[in-house]
Ligand binder design. Structure first.
Ligand code: PMP
Length: 461
């Protein structure tokens, strides 16, 4: 027997019993070491989560409690988090949506409109029931929120919007008594772009009053306030100052650059989400139109726990995805010769942008990842949610939920994690485009739930 063993090549010979023993000991030792280090890491992770959670007590939602609220603005905020059962069950993790469509103006922008008007009043820039008018350039949601709160607070509202947004938003604005101007979509460098027109109209508001000249009461890069008062020495004379405050003023809200937008989320939505999840949050996913939502919530949750992944949802035609991934604000569909009629050419409304705003600049440092969502994926998600959850949502909410799946798959999350996203508005704001199968067919966008089913079946990274 011995001769066979010596004739075999070295690597073929059966190892001697001590060698076998050592190999087994080695394997056993390696296995136990890796088990121990994993459980130590898990132990510390759990301790950290418990420490964070201990600082916050889960509270019932204030909004639906039995207190009497002071007017329509009392209904804003404190929205519930809703578990998206179909996606959570399919993925094995918690997908929670902040139900912003329950705000009285129907969207997440109610918080921002309220904060912008509150801040302007606090700074003495506008005064209620003085014939003052709030001007804003918006694709719709912010306009509806401003028009709602303006009515409740004693202001008028003028909303300038692109002429290609869903018709029902215009109807809502007109019903709320807003003055609506619809303009052709244009680049921000064009003075006929809707935001630029809103700023200009606020400036000209004083001129609209006969026998008076406009007087700039306060002006910063984000705020234009105009009154019809003509005397420059108001501040010196308290009586004149008071009289001036009672004159009609034009106020340009400027959601893109106004940091009241950021603060509405940093001081409102962010802390609400943290409390509602007891600090047990692994990721926050959001799109960006002005950037206020992702910046405010992201800047709030990151310092609470730097491990929370903040991920951007970006629709087709927007430059933000490339900005996050490659630090270049450019979308290939925007290149020379390929640019279509609209700056951001997608059926998704409310998110996506091709320029940097003050609010987006605050978001960029805390965004960890970005997901590009196609129109077909967003449409598929919206139909899937109605079919499986009875949730009838708008296009940006659908994009957010597609991004939640993509993030979970990419991170390899299969059990125990929690992703929170924003359900920005309801499907009833989108009947004429996103929820109109005829419109989608003409635009070549398939209505096919299986796109989401396939995404859910894809293997994790
Ligand atoms: N969804 C909808 C429907 C919106 O109108 C907006 C605001 N344009 C957003 C999402 C994005 O929010 P933000 O402006 O805070 O980035």
């Amino acid at each position: 027997m011995e001769w066979i063993f010596t004739r075999l090549p070295l690597w073929w010979r059966i190892p001697s019993p001590p060698t076998v023993r050592h190999v087994i000991y080695g394997l056993f030792l390696g296995f136990s070491l890796s088990l121990t280090s994993t459980s130590i890491a898990l132990f510390f992770q759990r301790r950290k989560q418990e420490r964070i959670a201990a600082q916050f007590e889960a509270r019932p939602i204030e909004l639906r409690s039995d207190e009497v609220l002071k007017g329509v603005t009392g209904l804003i905020g404190n929205t519930p988090l809703v578990r998206i059962n179909s996606l959570s069950n399919a993925l094995g993790i918690e997908i929670l949506g902040k139900a912003e469509f329950l705000n009285p103006g129907g969207s997440v922008k109610d918080r921002v409109a309220l904060r912008m008007i509150d801040d302007a009043e606090r700074q003495g820039l506008i005064h209620p029931h003085t014939g003052s008018r709030i001007f804003e350039g918006t694709v719709g949601s912010t306009g509806i929120s401003i028009a709602t709160i303006a009515r409740a607070r004693g202001y008028d509202a003028t909303i300038i919007m692109p002429d290609d947004v869903a018709e029902e938003k215009v109807k809502a604005l007109l019903s709320l008594g807003a003055d609506v101007q619809r303009v052709r979509p244009a680049s921000i460098v064009d003075k006929k772009q809707y935001v630029n027109i809103a700023r200009q109209r606020a400036l000209e508001f004083g001129k609209e009053e006969p026998s008076s000249r406009p007087h700039l009461m306060s002006s910063s890069s984000s705020t234009v306030v105009v009154s019809t008062e003509s005397d420059d020495d108001d501040d010196a004379d308290p009586l004149k100052h008071e009289q001036s405050a009672l004159k009609p003023r034009g106020y340009f809200a400027d959601q893109f650059e106004n940091l009241s937008n950021f603060n509405a989320h940093f001081e409102g939505t962010g802390p609400e989400i943290w409390r509602q999840t007891n600090g047990r949050l692994d990721a926050f996913v959001s799109g960006a139109g002005t950037g206020g939502t992702i910046a405010g919530i992201g800047q709030y949750v990151k310092p609470m726990n730097e491990d929370v992944v903040v991920a951007l949802t970006d629709p087709e035609g927007s430059g933000l995805y490339n900005k996050v991934k490659h630090d270049v604000m450019f979308d290939s569909r925007e290149s020379e010769g390929t640019k279509r009629r609209h700056q951001v050419d997608t059926v998704v409304e409310g998110i996506g942008i091709n320029r940097l705003t003050k609010n987006i600049e605050l978001a960029l440092p805390i965004i960890d990842d970005a997901f590009r969502i196609t129109d077909a994926e967003a449409v598929s998600m919206s139909r899937y949610l109605v079919q499986n959850d009875g949730l009838f949502l708008g296009s940006s909410s659908a994009c957010n939920l597609v991004a939640c799946i993509k993030l979970a798959k990419k991170m390899g999350w299969k059990e125990g994690q929690t992703i929170v996203t924003i359900l920005c508005d309801s499907g009833n704001r989108h009947y004429s485009k996103f929820w109109n199968d005829g419109y989608l067919a003409k635009a070549g966008i398939p209505v096919d739930q299986s796109i989401v089913e396939d995404l859910l079946l894809q293997p994790s990274a």
